[in-house]
Design a protein around this ligand. Structure first.
Ligand code: FES
Length: 555
């Protein structure tokens, strides 16, 4: 009776039994949306994935999922990453899928889709959206985000005109695809490729390039083979794969957001990845990709220079090349013949952009559970710095006062932003690159020490201490910082210290009251009840790996 319903309703969609009988069903989770500029080409690409599935003898079924459009979603897509993960998992559980293709790229879509699919553990391939083409203005190239911050500072400092700003706005994003700097999108799709869950070379292909279409069709063909070969995500997402992904993120000068996402992804498959793994690998991994915001070039240049396979090839024995990947071969076999065509864009280990320590994990009485900084993105004079705190209680407070001419701030001050973490904001937005006060910009100051429990866009730069844990909203020490307190950062010693006595800290804690929660109902309330801290990956506590979830019963 039930199968009668399935067959008759499939016929209703115009299929004959010969179209699907005996074929694996491939669920294609598509994060296309009218409101996601990074995924505009997914309407076309999904047809190319389906072409590949059909040609390999599979039956494709497109399953739309929420798009997590970075520029448009309020208050931040990070509030919804776990919701996409839940949606992806439940789509694959509740519909009849033998294998899955995940179509994502805009920042949180990559971790969200992979976290959900990891929990289902089907044969799965990730199809990255690919970076957009280089931006262009007045004969110079423009990079997503990075050049927005740069020219915004120039505009506020009176160095460019409103007309210039308008032209930059029109030229910075001129094709489909995700941000083409080494922001979170390029970082996470590269991490996915290093994990082995994409086809080799897939992450670097610019979205409008015809080779991106070819890759989409190839993805469709390969997933059908993966189903027949029963290659599951758990065969690929091993400890070695995650260490390869971390090494890759460090070598490309990737976004600090990758720390949170990779921890969450690993814990979905029962691996206890943590901040110390990043710290350990950062000490030995050189930065080889010369890409903004830490370097000079853009993702389009990176592709022409050989793309990620060439960079992985240069990393050599820093990677575990025995790791199994989705095409059925080991990582070492995939990158064996990769070549670098421009060794200024993709450096050798003998001539790196930065020799090591592209990321540092800080601890101290201000961040007992850790905080992170990207030292190469900060002015070296700030790597060891002591200054007096200028405290903003929340984002609105900062926005209202940062440009106040009477704000008691100088270039040695330490800007502190509270209530910007997973619960406090909520959603841990990318507020960590606090703007330099206008009066200091006009004096030529371009970097200051800034500390928050927020994240920072991967396209941003500066001496920004991020992900302070525990966050201020739950009573982490950041909550007790007051104007004029001395804060000391010592990157070499990996230390972040609030220079007050333990007794004074305890007294301030006793006097502190938690602000009221922002959400009393709906998804927001669920989020606030279950979100974990940054050092634990900001997953929901009930979604980490656990006993198997029963398959839905059919009656
Ligand atoms: Fe989508 Fe940057 S806005 S990746």
């Amino acid at each position: 009776m039930r199968s009668f319903g399935h067959r008759s309703r499939t016929a209703q969609m115009g299929y004959d039994a010969a179209d699907y009988r005996g074929k694996p069903v491939i669920g294609i989770i598509n994060t296309w949306s009218d409101i996601n500029p990074c995924h505009t080409h997914f309407k076309q690409r999904v047809e190319e994935v389906k072409r590949g599935v059909w040609s390999a003898g599979g039956f494709p079924v497109e399953l739309p999922a929420m798009s997590l459009s970075e520029p448009f979603q309020k208050p931040t897509t990070m509030l919804y990453r776990n919701l996409l993960a839940m949606e992806a998992e439940e789509l694959l559980r509740s519909y009849p899928a033998d294998g899955a293709v995940l179509m994502g790229g805009c920042d949180k879509t990559t971790p969200g889709l992979l976290m959900g699919a990891a929990a289902m553990d089907l044969p799965t391939l990730f199809m990255p959206a690919g970076p957009m083409l280089r931006g262009n203005w007045g004969g110079t190239t423009l990079g997503s985000g990075s050049d927005t911050w740069k020219y915004w500072a120039d505009l506020r400092a009176g160095l460019i005109t409103q007309q210039d700003w308008q032209e930059i706005e029109n030229g910075i994003a001129r094709s489909p695809g995700h941000c083409m700097t080494m922001g979170t999108a390029s970082t996470m799709t590269s991490a996915a490729e290093a994990l082995g869950v994409t086809l080799p070379g897939a992450a670097s292909i610019p979205a409008p390039d015809s080779r991106h279409s070819v890759m989409a069709a190839h993805t469709g063909r390969r997933i059908v083979e993966m189903v027949w070969d029963d290659v599951k995500l758990s065969d690929i997402l091993t400890d070695a794969a995650f260490r390869n992904a971390i090494t890759t993120v460090l070598a490309i000068g990737g976004s600090t957001n990758a720390i949170i996402h990779l921890i969450a992804m690993a814990r979905r498959v029962g691996l206890r990845l943590g901040l110390d793994d990043f710290e350990e690998l950062a000490r030995r991994t050189p930065m080889l990709a010369n890409i903004r915001p830490s370097g000079k070039y853009l993702m389009e240049d990176f592709f022409y220079a050989g793309g990620l396979p060439a960079l992985l090839h240069n990393l050599g024995d820093l990677l575990d090349t025995t790791a199994v990947t989705a095409n059925g071969r080991r990582l070492g076999e995939n990158i064996e013949h990769a070549r670098v065509f421009d060794d200024d864009v993709i450096r050798t280990r003998e001539n790196p952009l930065v020799a090591s320590d592209t990321l540092a994990v800080l601890r101290g009485n201000l961040a007992p559970d850790g905080a992170v900084i990207k030292p190469p993105a900060a002015e070296p004079r700030l790597h060891r710095h002591s200054g007096r705190a200028v405290v903003f209680e929340n984002y609105d407070d900062m926005a209202a006062r940062i440009d106040d001419p009477d704000l008691p701030v100088d270039e040695n001050s330490v800007l502190v932003l509270k209530s910007a973490g997973p619960q406090g904001a909520p959603g841990m937005p990318e507020w960590g690159q606090l703007p330099i006060p206008k009066k200091l910009l006009e004096q030529g100051v371009r970097d200051m020490l800034r500390i928050s429990d927020a994240r920072m866009s991967g396209t941003s730069y500066g001496a920004c201490v991020l992900h302070v844990a525990p966050e201020s909203y739950v009573g982490g020490p950041l909550a007790f910082v007051q104007n004029g307190d001395v804060i000391e950062l010592d990157v070499a010693a990996r230390r972040l210290t609030l220079e007050i006595s333990d007794d004074e800290l305890a007294k301030r804690k006793a006097d502190w009251q938690q602000p009221p929660p922002k959400y009393a109902r709906g998804y927001g309330a669920l989020y606030l009840q279950h979100i974990m801290q940054a050092n634990d990956g900001c997953d929901f506590d009930f979604l980490e790996a656990g006993p198997p979830t029963p398959e839905p019963e059919i009656h």
